[in-house]
Design a protein around this ligand. Structure first.
Ligand SMILES: *Cc1c(COP(=O)(O)O)cnc(C)c1O
Length: 353
């Protein structure tokens, strides 16, 4: 790996007590270019803009996908990634579906570990604090032909993140719009999936909701995901989440929640959840909790949901009574090295700089 150090470091201006997520970037980034059928040598370069033409294929035809993962710092200053091999496998699943070249494990893992190691001073320590890491692959050939690009860039940027507490949200169960379809790209972290969800989400927000619970595109009868998170429903003392499919993204947080719930002796059923079952449980008072899970905020608890122009409130549970928050606490403790890691999920980032 080629390392070009910045001679204009911004780390001294970073205030871990006061920063905003997503627009404060660490001093360096990883880039690697694909040309003539192969990836070149990955480089660490100063963070900054890249020069591209508006004819670049990635922005015309949407050949672009990404990942979202985090690095956590413990009280001794040790830094850990969480299940990064899952993100590596998934970026290549996304890339293949979008006819893009797969990245090598070495590029992905060494690129991220080297960047995180160099930028450890940017990782805030404390509850809900982490470094959000965004690997991405996009088509860079500058040609207006609607075909598979012959040039790509793999890049990794990172931004300090905080998610102390997220307010419970109100969600609308989708009855018209869809996030994904049979034979489509819903399982991939395709950039275009986000673009396609923005307009329906804005409409739901105009109706007073925070997010959409996506349902299957053919019948709108089965819950799929919530916004850009996987969804869980608790009826009585059983947790349900739909099985992953080509329409449902295989979330790392979802998989971790299922394993943790089982290890906490909770009853978990991975099976399709119909809107009818949710409505029935709502009517007979057995619907206890609904929530979304993903890397960014770990868990978003639902306070109410809308269906067919009616809004229904969910019970307010204490942190101890909430399965969602009990599992979330366990997960964040493992991520931040506050407890044992029986699953072997943490990967320590060694100090080499
Ligand atoms: C990224 C993403 C998730 C969450 O995946 P994690 O690996 O848990 O972060 C869920 N659904 C969609 C559509 C996503 O893009």
């Amino acid at each position: 790996m080629i390392i070009q150090k910045s001679d204009n470091l911004r780390i001294s201006t970073f205030d871990p007590e006061n920063f905003s997520f997503g627009n404060t970037f660490v001093d360096h980034m990883v880039i690697c270019e694909f040309e003539n059928g192969k990836w070149g040598e990955p480089k660490i370069v100063p963070y900054g803009p890249l020069g591209f033409s508006p004819a670049m294929m990635g922005i015309n035809y949407g050949q672009a996908c990404f990942e979202g993962m985090k690095a956590y710092k413990d009280k001794d200053g040790d830094v850990f990634l969480f299940r990064p091999e899952k993100n590596f496998a998934r970026i290549n699943k996304s890339a293949s579906r979008l006819a893009m070249p797969e990245v090598t494990e070495e590029m992905f893992m060494d690129g991220i570990k080297t960047l995180v190691d160099m930028e450890r001073a940017w990782i805030p320590h404390g509850e809900g604090l982490s470094l959000y890491i965004r690997p991405l692959i996009f088509a860079t050939e500058e040609i207006l032909k609607a075909r598979i690009s012959e040039k790509y860039m793999f890049a990794v940027v990172a931004t300090p993140a905080k998610s102390y507490y997220t307010e419970p949200v109100s969600v609308k169960i989708a009855e018209y719009y869809s996030r994904s379809a049979n034979g489509g790209v819903g399982f991939a972290k395709a950039a275009g999936n986000y673009a396609a969800a923005f307009h329906p989400t804005r409409l739901a927000m105009e109706e007073g909701y925070d997010q959409i619970v996506w349902t299957d595109d053919s019948t709108h009868q089965y819950l799929e995901e919530s916004g850009t998170m996987n969804v869980f429903v608790r009826i009585n003392d059983t947790i349900y989440t739909p099985p992953i499919s080509e329409k449902i993204l295989d979330g790392v947080t979802r998989d971790s929640f299922i394993q943790l719930a089982q290890s906490l002796q909770m009853n978990v059923q991975v099976e399709p959840i119909s809107v009818d079952v949710v409505m029935e449980a709502q009517k007979n008072g057995t619907l206890r909790e609904m929530w979304g899970v993903g890397t960014a905020v770990v868990t978003t608890v639902f306070k109410s949901f809308g269906f067919q122009n009616e809004k229904y409130d969910l019970p307010e549970l204490s942190d101890e009574d909430s399965y969602a928050l009990t599992i979330k606490n366990k997960l964040t403790s493992i991520q931040s090295n506050l407890c044992e890691d029986p699953f072997g999920w943490r990967l320590k980032v060694e100090k080499n700089n």
